[in-house]
Design a protein around this ligand. Structure first.
Ligand SMILES: Cc1cc2nc3c(=O)[nH]c(=O)nc-3n(C[C@H](O)[C@H](O)[C@H](O)COP(=O)(O)OP(=O)(O)OC[C@H]3O[C@@H](n4cnc5c(N)ncnc54)[C@H](O)[C@@H]3O)c2cc1C
Length: 388
C-alpha cells in the first residue's frame, strides 16, 4: 500500500489548487478525480460554467504558477460593476475606487482546472489518479486508509474537495444546514452587438436578478435567476425563441444578442456543520455552497485553500505535528466565520431584493443610492468583495 502525506478527493478548481499549495510545503500529495477535463483548443466555444475570479484568487493562482497559462488561453478582465433595481438608483463600482487595474476576471472554470492540472502533472511531489474514485475510507489514530475503485492507499490527512454532494463529508458523518433557494439560475452564452466590454452588471427584480458577465471579444455570459418552473420553460425554448425572451426581460443596455448555448443550474445553500473531523478536512463546495449572485463561491474555496496551507506551514515551521487533529482544527477557526459572513450577506441581499413589498422596495433603492454617495463605505465593500 502506498503512503502519502495528503490525499485529496476531487481535482476540481479547489482540490487542484490545494494539492499544489500543500506540495509547495514539501508534502507528498495524491489527487483522486473521477473525470479528466477536456483539453483546451482556442477554436472551442466558451464553456457555460464561468466564474468571476477575484483579485485575491488571482494572487493565489499566480502563486501556484497557474495564472499565466490562463491569460495565454482566454479570460476577460472587468473594471466596473453596475448594480441597480430602478435606473435612478443605479450604482457603479469601479476599480479606481480601490486603486487596482481591474476588479476581477471572468474565466471558464475548466481553464482554471486545466491550468492547475498542468502544474500538478509537472510537480514531483504530486500523484494524480484519474479516472479514479473513492469507495470508502477509515480513520485510525495516525492515518486515513482510502479504498478507491482500483487500489488502496493511506495518507496522514484526507482533504475533501469533492464538491457540493461531497461523499467524504457524508462518509464522515458531517451534517449540513441549508435550503434550496426558491429560484434556479440559467447560464446563457451569447454573442453581443457590443464589442469588448469592461463592465459586469446585475439588475434586480422580485423574481430574481439578471446579470451580464463580459467574455473575450463580443461575447458574454448571461445569468437569469427565476422561479424553477419559468426557467424550465425557458430551457425548452429554441435559441431563437430565447433571444426574444431576453429582449423582453433584460435591460436595454444589453443590446441585441445571439444565443449560442444555455443550461440550467439549481441553487442550494449548504454549510457543513464541521469543516474538520479527525484527519478529514472539508474545502470549497464540500464545506459550503452559496448563492452565486455575487460570484463568490470558488473565491471562498480558494480562501479555504490558502488557510489550510497557512495552518500546515505554521505547524511545520514551528516543529509541531502538522497533521494532528488539534492543528487541523485551526483551519476551521480561520475559515468558518468568514464563509458564514459572506453566505449570510448574500442571503440578505437575496431576501431583500426578491421581495415585492413596496416599503422594502423603496428602502433598498434608497440604500443603493446612498451607497453610491458614500465613497468610503463603497470602496470598503468593494475591497472586501474583491478580496484586497
Ligand atoms: C450558476 C452558478 C454560477 C456560479 N458563478 C460563480 C462565480 O461567478 N464566481 C465564483 O467564485 N463561484 C461561482 N459559482 C460557484 C463555483 O462554481 C463553485 O464554488 C466551484 O465550482 C466549486 O469548486 P470545487 O472544486 O469546490 O467543487 P467542484 O467544482 O464541484 O469539483 C469537485 C470535483 O470532485 C470530483 N469528485 C466528486 N466526487 C468524487 C469522488 N467520489 N471521487 C473522485 N472525484 C470526485 C468531481 O468530479 C469534481 O471534479 C457558481 C455556481 C453556480 C451554480
Amino acid at each position: 500500500m502506498k503512503h502519502f502525506d495528503c490525499a485529496i478527493v476531487g481535482g476540481g478548481m479547489v482540490g487542484a489548487a490545494s494539492a499544489l499549495s500543500l506540495a509547495e510545503l514539501g508534502l507528498t500529495v495524491v489527487v483522486i478525480e473521477k473525470f479528466e477535463p477536456k483539453p483546451f483548443d482556442s477554436s472551442q466555444p466558451f464553456d457555460l460554467r464561468v466564474s468571476a475570479i477575484s483579485l485575491a484568487s488571482q494572487h493565489l493562482l499566480e502563486q501556484l504558477n497557474a495564472w499565466q497559462q490562463i491569460t495565454e488561453w482566454r479570460l476577460c478582465p472587468y473594471k466596473r460593476l453596475g448594480v441597480w433595481e430602478h435606473e435612478n438608483a443605479y450604482t457603479e463600482f469601479s476599480c479606481q475606487e480601490i486603486e487596482q487595474p481591474y476588479l476581477g476576471h471572468i474565466v471558464e472554470n475548466r481553464l482554471i482546472q486545466l491550468s492547475l492540472w498542468q502544474q500538478l502533472a509537472a510537480h514531483k511531489n504530486i500523484t494524480l489518479l484519474c479516472p479514479e474514485s473513492l469507495t470508502t475510507f477509515e480513520q485510525s489514530e495516525d492515518e486515513v486508509t482510502l479504498t478507491l475503485s482500483s487500489q488502496t492507499l493511506a495518507a496522514k490527512i484526507l482533504v475533501a474537495a469533492d464538491g457540493a454532494q461531497s461523499q467524504v463529508r457524508q462518509l464522515s458523518g458531517i451534517g449540513v444546514t441549508g435550503w434550496d433557494y426558491g429560484q434556479d439560475a440559467m447560464l446563457i452564452n451569447v454573442e453581443t452587438e457590443h464589442v469588448q466590454q469592461d463592465i459586469t452588471w446585475q439588475q434586480f427584480f422580485p423574481t430574481g436578478p439578471v446579470a451580464m458577465l463580459p467574455m473575450r471579444g463580443n461575447h458574454a455570459s448571461l445569468v437569469w435567476y427565476h422561479q424553477k418552473a419559468t426557467l424550465s420553460r425557458l430551457a425548452n425554448l429554441s435559441n431563437q425563441q430565447l433571444q426574444e425572451e431576453i429582449k423582453q426581460h433584460f435591460p436595454a443596455r444589453l443590446g441585441n444578442v445571439r444565443v449560442i448555448d444555455k443550461g440550467k443550474f439549481s441553487l442550494t445553500r449548504r454549510h457543513a456543520n464541521q469543516y474538520q473531523h479527525g484527519r478529514v478536512i472539508l474545502l470549497g463546495d464540500a464545506a459550503h455552497t452559496i448563492n452565486p449572485l455575487a460570484g463568490q463561491g470558488v473565491n471562498l474555496g480558494f480562501k479555504d485553500v490558502k488557510a489550510l496551507q497557512t495552518v500546515v506551514a505554521k505547524a511545520i515551521g514551528e516543529n509541531h505535528c502538522w497533521h494532528c487533529p488539534q492543528t487541523l482544527a485551526n483551519y476551521e477557526k480561520l475559515r468558518r466565520n468568514d464563509n458564514l459572513i459572506m453566505m449570510t450577506t448574500m442571503d440578505m441581499f437575496y431576501a431583500a431584493f426578491s421581495n415585492s413589498n413596496p416599503v422594502l422596495k423603496s428602502l433598498r433603492n434608497i440604500g443603493l443610492a446612498t451607497v453610491n454617495k458614500m465613497p468610503i463605505l463603497k470602496s470598503k465593500a468593494l475591497a472586501y468583495a474583491c478580496g484586497v
